[in-house]
Ligand binder design. Structure first.
Ligand code: PA5
Length: 341
C-alpha cells in the first residue's frame, strides 16, 4: 500500500503518456462528475480546479441520482475504479437513457463492458490497486481527456510539472506523514480524542479526502471543519459541547493569509476546550500541486497510522459488507446484474 502512494509521480507520468489518446473535443456548457468514495474525489478536485482556473462549472454527483439539468450541453464523466459500484452504474444507466455526452473511467468491470457495448468513450486506468491509492491515475486521465475541449483545466506541461514537483518533495512529504501519524497515534488515539481536520475555503475537498483516507486506511472516525462556514454553525456547538477532547489537525495554505487567519480564529475557539493542535502547511506552485501534495501527505499518514495500529490499510470490510447488501437496497434490473468487487 505504501509503495502505491510512493509511486504517485509514476502514476501521473503514465496518465500523461496517454494524454492525447483519449479526448473529447467540442464545446460544453458544464461538466458533471459521477463517482463514489475514492473515485468520487476526482469530481471534488475537478470542481476545485474549475473554480480556480476553469471556464466550465463542475457538478459533483456522489449518488445514483442524475441531476435534472443534465442535457446535451453537459459533459458527464462517470468514474469508478472497479467499474462495479452500483450507485455509479445506476447513474451511468440514467445518463445513457438521456442520450447525452458521456465519458467513462475505470480499470475494468461492468462500466468498461457497458461502455464498449453502448459505444461510450472509455478511459482505462491501470488495475490492481485500491481506488483511493489510484487517485492520480484517475484524475490525470480525466484532465487529459478534457484538455482538448473548452473545459480544459491544465496543460500537459503542467501535468508533467506536477509529477516532477511531487517527486522532488517526496522525502519531505514522507517525513511529514510520519510525524503526523506519530502525533495522531500517540496523542489523538491514545488519549481517545476526536480527530478534527480544520481547514479554510477552498481546501474543503482536500480535508474531506484526508478524512476519507483516515477512515478507510487507518479505520478512525474524523470530523471536517471548514472556515468560514464553520463560524456560522459548528462554532455554536462549542458553547455546550457534547464531546470534550479534540486533536485538531490544521490544513492551511500559507499563500492564503485570510485562510490562515480563519483557521487561527478556529484554533482560538478550540483552545477554550481540551484540544491539541498540529498543522499541515501545503506546498506547491498552483492549486493542482497543492491538492496533490496534501493528498499524498494524507495517504501516507493514513497508511503509517494503520501500521501503528496493527491494521491492514487495504481491507475495507464494511464497504464490502455494504456492497454485498446494496442490491437489496436499490432496484437492480438484469441490465446491471453483476457481482460486486
Ligand atoms: O477507496 C475505496 O476503496 C472506496 O472509497 C471506493 O472508491 C468506493 O467504494 C467506490 O468504489 P469504486 O471506486 O471502485 O467505484
Amino acid at each position: 500500500m505504501l509503495s502505491a502512494y510512493l509511486e504517485w509521480p509514476s502514476q501521473i507520468r503514465h496518465a500523461v503518456s496517454k494524454w492525447d489518446l483519449v479526448k473529447v473535443t467540442g464545446e460544453y456548457r458544464d461538466i458533471a462528475v459521477f463517482g463514489m468514495g475514492g473515485s468520487g474525489i476526482v469530481g471534488d478536485y475537478l470542481q476545485v480546479l474549475s473554480s480556480q482556473v476553469g471556464r466550465c462549472p463542475v457538478t459533483v454527483v456522489k449518488s445514483h441520482l442524475v441531476p435534472s439539468f443534465i442535457d446535451k450541453y453537459t459533459l458527464s464523466i462517470v468514474v469508478s475504479y472497479s467499474g462495479n459500484t452500483l450507485e455509479t452504474l445506476l447513474a451511468f444507466k440514467s445518463i445513457l437513457e438521456k442520450r447525452v455526452p458521456v465519458v467513462a473511467v475505470s480499470s475494468g468491470g461492468l462500466l468498461k463492458e457497458l461502455s464498449q457495448r453502448y459505444g461510450v468513450l472509455h478511459v482505462d486506468v491501470p488495475s490492481g490497486l485500491v481506488p483511493r491509492a489510484s487517485l492520480p491515475s484517475m484524475l490525470f486521465s480525466v484532465l487529459g481527456v478534457l484538455s482538448h475541449s473548452n473545459c480544459s483545466l491544465i496543460t500537459k506541461k503542467e501535468a508533467e510539472n506536477c509529477a516532477e514537483f511531487l517527486e522532488e518533495n517526496l522525502p519531505e512529504i514522507e517525513r511529514k506523514a510520519r510525524e503526523i501519524s506519530d502525533w495522531l497515534f500517540e496523542k489523538a488515539i491514545a488519549e481517545k480524542r476526536l480527530i478534527v481536520l480544520a481547514t479554510h475555503s477552498p481546501l474543503e475537498a482536500l480535508a474531506v479526502r484526508f478524512k476519507n483516507e483516515l477512515n478507510e486506511n487507518s479505520k478512525v472516525i474524523t470530523k471536517v471543519d471548514v472556515a468560514p462556514e464553520w463560524m456560522h454553525n459548528d462554532i455554536v456547538g462549542y458553547e455546550e459541547p457534547n464531546i470534550s477532547n479534540y486533536a485538531v489537525l490544521e490544513i492551511v495554505d500559507p499563500d492564503d493569509s485570510v485562510g490562515a487567519k480563519l483557521v487561527e480564529f478556529m484554533e482560538g475557539v478550540y483552545k477554550e476546550h481540551d484540544a491539541i493542535f498540529r498543522s499541515v502547511e501545503l506546498k506547491g506552485g498552483n492549486a493542482l500541486e497543492k491538492l496533490l501534495y496534501g493528498s499524498l501527505v494524507a495517504g501516507l499518514t493514513s497508511v503509517h497510522l494503520a501500521e501503528k495500529r496493527g491494521i491492514d490499510p487495504m481491507v475495507t470490510r464494511s464497504i464490502a459488507m455494504y456492497k454485498n447488501k446494496v442490491r437489496e437496497i436499490f432496484p437492480v434490473t438484469p441490465w446491471l446484474n453483476f457481482k460486486a468487487t
